[in-house]
Design a protein around this ligand. Structure first.
Ligand code: SAH
Ligand code: DHB
Ligand code: MG
Length: 220
């Protein structure tokens, strides 16, 4: 099936996503720098861009930058004065992301290097304004804590999207010992138990396999 998913991805990308020098150069730079090829796909990146446009988001938080490919999609949706705060653990990833963003002429990104949990705690301690949109895409084992801290950085109406919550379907294996699987399972359990959130999951197949997004909206 993977071959078919890849061909269908290409069919829709070719129609809906015109070649973009900055985005293409960022992907090439990421591969050159030997970053793992786990960026969102172009169609998924555009999906995020459109969600931001629909929600009118101005302040965006991204947890897990890698080379900034998803960051670039998020940045396209922002109005003048909009801002992205993005968090990355690995200095090498952050360095490549900075170069990609600079080459793309994207200036309104605040990239914090370090464990996301520490940065999130610092943002809350420093009284950061709430975010309109939060994209969770770092280590899957950290998703439960990222959700808790994201809620502290939210307001009613904030949208929270979490990538990779299906993991080839392994999410339904309660006894799977992979901390990534346990992380996404616990994440969804916390979302389900949180009365402030209303949520759904969209399973996806794509050039990068079988996975899915969780979408939650903060109600109050
Ligand atoms: N959002 C990116 C892909 C992110 S891949 C895109 O779609 O283009 C996940 C990233 O999370 C990796 O770069 C990894 O280094 C980072 N990461 C892993 N653990 C982290 C942590 N504890 N804090 C912050 N970032 C982390
Ligand atoms: C992984 C992480 C991602 O963010 C992703 O989109 C795909 C895979 C991973 O860690 O395996
Ligand atoms: Mg991901």
């Amino acid at each position: 099936m993977q071959d078919l998913w890849t061909q269908v991805d290409r069919y829709f990308s070719d129609l809906l996503i015109p070649p973009d020098a900055a985005l293409d150069a960022a992907l090439a730079a990421n591969r050159n720098a030997e970053l793992p090829a786990i960026d969102v796909t172009p169609l998924q990146g555009k999906f995020l861009e459109l969600l931001l446009r629909i929600s009118g988001a101005r302040r965006v938080l991204e947890i897990g930058t890698l080379g900034g490919y998803s960051t670039m999609w998020l940045a396209r949706a922002l109005p003048d004065g909009g801002q992205i705060v993005t968090l990355e653990l690995v200095p090498h990833h952050a360095e490549i992301a900075r170069i990609n963003l600079r080459n793309a002429g994207i200036a309104n990104v605040d990239l914090h290097v370090g464990p996301a949990l520490e940065t999130l705690q610092a943002l809350v301690a420093n009284g950061a304004a709430p975010f309109d949109f939060i994209f969770i895409d770092a280590d899957k084992s950290g998703y439960p804590e990222y959700l808790e801290w994201s809620l502290k950085l939210s307001r009613p109406g904030t949208a929270i999207v979490a990538d990779n919550v299906v993991r080839d379907g392994k999410v339904i294996e309660p006894d799977n010992t992979d901390p990534n699987i346990q992380g996404v399972r616990r994440f969804t359990e916390l979302v389900a138990a949180e009365p402030r959130l209303s949520a759904t999951v969209l399973q996806t197949v794509a050039s990068k396999g079988y996975d899915g997004f969780a979408l939650a909206v903060v109600l109050r």
